[in-house]
Design a protein around this ligand. Structure first.
Ligand code: DAT
Length: 184
């Protein structure tokens, strides 16, 4: 089984994946792309690599251990067709803005990521591509609480049990917050 752990940058994927590593097999997309050179361009404006999605998909499929729970972590892991389920981490734009500002992101990058979060971009993309999609609002959680919720979902999926209804997508609406996004 391969589960994608996705979300807008700053929602906590790396923090949670670091803990999940102790129990599960984790494929970190950013590391894989850098180490194996799986990109076609460097986006100078957004300061990021443009991944070669087809090649990433091929290499991820090659890393999966068939009998185990595997997770692939990264903000476009939900774009991989080989995943069986998707967990989307969410974060209230006000909290996300603080996290991204603390990282020293440019105003453009903060603006784009806040917009994406408010408009549910990753959740919508995930729901269009996959049947099993779950979301977790991390805004008022400690990282440990988020970890426990992610594990809840993984264990339900691994045990072929029903994933608790509180993780079903559609309960988050931050559209009003669009007015708060700083524009340059
Ligand atoms: P990402 O990999 O999605 O870009 P990150 O893990 O690098 O995100 O950064 C998330 C930051 O937010 C990190 O400093 C930890 C902090 N954080 C606070 N509360 C959190 C929570 N409930 N879950 C995950 N991270 C949280």
């Amino acid at each position: 089984m391969l589960i994608a752990l996705t979300g807008t940058p700053g929602t906590g994927k790396t923090t949670i994946a670091k803990q999940l590593k102790k129990t599960y097999r984790i494929i970190e997309l950013n590391t894989l792309i850098k180490q194996r050179g799986l990109y076609t361009q460097v986006d100078q404006v957004r300061e990021c690599l443009v991944a070669d999605l087809e090649e990433v998909q091929r290499q991820v499929a090659g890393c999966v251990q068939p009998e185990s729970v595997n997770l692939v972590e990264g903000h476009f892991s939900h774009e991989l067709s080989c995943v069986d389920a998707v967990i989307v981490l969410r974060c209230h734009p006000r909290v996300l803005k603080q996290r991204l500002s603390a990282r020293g992101y440019s105003m453009l990058k903060i603006q784009e990521n806040l917009e994406a979060e408010v408009l549910d971009v990753i959740l919508c993309e995930a729901c269009e591509a996959h049947e099993k999609v779950y979301e977790i609002d991390t805004s008022n959680n400690t990282p440990l609480e988020t970890l426990q919720q992610v594990v809840d979902i993984i264990e339900a999926l691994a045990g072929r049990k029903e994933v608790p209804s509180r993780y079903q997508p559609g309960g988050i609406d931050w559209l009003e917050e669009i007015q708060e996004i700083p524009y340059t």
